[in-house]
Write a protein that binds this ligand. Structure first.
Ligand code: ADP
Length: 553
């Protein structure tokens, strides 16, 4: 009711009305939504508390983006740019303050160029992982792009600007952006890199000449990126994926140290993910229905039972190996040497992934197929569900986006996992919390040692995925899953989130990325740093119209 009232008040603000009127005239009334289903869609987010947008505008090109910025600036109306707004768990398309106009760049969805020789593409922000991959498969099958294990219809540029992490050796998404075109809060269009205007190396020489300013447009509110170069990888001669199941929980620190050493030596190059048993269960199954109403955290014996049934190890590692056939053989040998003493290592190539996929389909169709699949799974020391998931893991590790993994967000949903996930649409409660640690077993254990008891105290399942950001840093990605229909649980999830934010920061761990709920806090982590950013902001955007409050600026 309160939200409805505020929405009506927003409608009545003459300044906003005038701005929206001009925006509608500039881009066409059908692309400005001050109410209705389109606006409701971008107002929804999975996080415990999200802000209410004033309107949604969907320009078609950079000229319209610049026009909208000028209008917003004239009327002092805040804009919140998103590319696809599928930043699930971090706030989706919602702003960190109420009453912003969401500027959705989904219609700027051109793949402008693919340079085969130098392996890069120039794209607009509405281009999704699915679109880019399909385009490459069709027109440039010798080039691959990275993706995340998140939404296939997320934006390549949006994720990179928020410094998201992918799955291959091109996982550092911001690191693989090169050469940006940006609309500034004044409406002025600039190119990063320092020129000349016909610069031949705009998309190949990341640092340009003079100060490197691309970082100013990442996790920031100083401009709207309307096109970017993104580096692609040549399809490797050979590719093998691997999974590793740790036998003893106590060996996690040792596993982290061994993975780091392999990465520092250059043996491991992909962004390996080490996930705990709760993550595995989210992928393989759903909360037992009868538990949903009664528990927000699975009782230990139920968790143990589920792990037995689904063959979930305390921690599992997954990654890809790519290169020449000799490189792949060499890496496999090194991995066996380093990891086999701690658990079970399994490799999958395209042929075996295809066979497993065929077996899964057969088992879905016939009783004999099910028996054969059960036998194969037993032999491999896996559950049938794990066997079914193996081809999906193999494929995503090659950078092929998939709907399979995002469905894990429905772990606590009171409906079956849909074929195509949309946690915003389906009122799923989910918020990510992602501090980053130096990549030593000691540091990673320290972070988890302070967070796990908080999950216990606030009665939520401890979901943790350790993502190798590079050979020196590990993101400790935690998710709080809660039921939105239970107000007490929503409140508790919010409290847990805030406690995690404060506790880890006090111990010297910063987030690698934050949800809109944590942005205010990020701005308090370093006074001098934030003061400098505020000075920049007041010069570049004196009217504070672009994403005010983003990352504490
Ligand atoms: P995705 O759909 O890939 O998850 P989003 O569009 O939700 O990505 O964007 C992720 C974050 O990056 C958001 O905080 C958003 O404000 C910011 N962002 C996205 N696209 C742009 C852009 N073109 N220019 C500036 N900031 C952007």
């Amino acid at each position: 009711m309160a939200e409805l009232k505020r929405s009506v008040e927003i409608q009545k603000s003459p300044r906003l009305q005038a701005a929206l009127g001009e925006m509608a005239a500039a881009i066409g009334g059908e692309h400005m939504h001050a109410s209705g289903a389109e606006l409701e869609r971008v107002a929804k987010a999975t996080i415990p508390q999200s802000k209410r947008p004033a309107a949604l505008v969907t320009p078609k090109d950079r000229a319209e983006v610049a026009q909208l910025v000028r209008i917003a600036s004239h009327y002092g109306v805040p804009l919140w740019p998103v590319s696809q707004g599928r930043n699930w768990g971090y706030g989706s398309a919602t702003a960190c303050l109420d009453d912003a106009v969401v500027l959705h760049l989904g219609r700027l969805n051109q793949i402008l160029e693919v340079n085969k020789e130098l392996a890069y593409a120039v794209i607009e922000p509405g281009v999704t992982y699915r679109q880019l991959r399909q385009f490459l498969e069709l027109h440039h099958p010798d080039l691959w792009c990275d993706c995340t294990d998140g939404p296939p219809d997320g934006s390549v540029i949006g994720n990179a600007l928020d410094r998201g992490l992918g799955v291959t050796h091109y996982a550092d998404h911001f690191g693989t952006l090169c050469g940006l075109e940006v609309v500034l809060p004044s409406g002025q269009l600039i190119r990063t890199g320092g020129g000349p205007p016909n610069s031949k190396t705009w998309h190949t020489h990341k640092w340009g000449v003079g100060p490197y300013i691309e970082g100013l447009f990442s996790q920031s509110n100083l401009g709207i990126v309307t096109r970017a170069g993104v580096w692609l990888m040549p399809k490797p001669e050979a590719f093998v994926s691997f999974t590793f199941d740790l036998v003893q929980r106590k060996d996690l620190a040792e596993l982290v140290d061994r993975v780091r050493d392999l990465a520092l030596q250059g043996v491991l190059q992909s962004a390996c993910h080490i996930v705990n048993e709760v993550v595995a269960l989210c992928v393989l199954t759903q909360y037992p229905g009868e538990m949903l109403e009664r528990y927000s955290r699975l009782p230990n014996e139920v968790l143990a039972d589920l792990c037995r049934r689904y063959g979930a190890a305390p921690w599992s590692l997954g990654g890809g190996i790519q290169g020449t056939k000799e490189t792949v053989r060499h890496v496999k040998r090194k991995l066996r040497q380093a990891l086999s003493p701690l658990g079970r290592l399994t490799f999958l190539d395209d042929r075996s992934a295809g066979a497993v996929s065929w077996l899964s389909q057969w088992s879905a169709r016939s009783a004999i197929g099910r028996m054969v699949a059960a036998g194969v799974a037993r032999l491999a020391g896996k559950s049938v569900q794990m066997l079914d998931s193996a081809p999906h893991v193999h494929s995503v590790l090659k950078g092929v986006p998939s709907d399979f993994f995002v469905r894990h967000a429905y772990f606590k949903a009171n409906k079956p996992k849909p074929l195509v996930a949309d946690p915003d649409r389906d009122d799923i409660g989910l918020v990510w919390f992602a501090p980053v640690a130096p990549m030593t077993g000691r540091h990673v254990e320290e972070v988890m040692g302070m967070c796990r008891p908080l999950f216990e105290r606030y009665a939520f399942d401890f979901y943790a995925a350790l993502l190798m950001q590079n050979a020196r840093s590990m993101i400790v990605l935690m998710s709080i899953f809660f039921r939105k229909e239970d107000a007490e649980q929503v409140h508790r999830a919010q409290e847990l989130y805030e406690t995690l934010v404060r506790t880890t920061a006090a111990a010297g761990y910063q987030p690698y990325r934050t949800s809109v709920a944590g942005m205010e806090h990020v701005g308090t982590l370093s006074l001098e740093f934030n003061t400098f950013l505020r000075e920049l902001k007041s010069t570049v955007d004196p009217g504070k119209i672009l994403a005010p409050g983003k990352y504490g600026i």
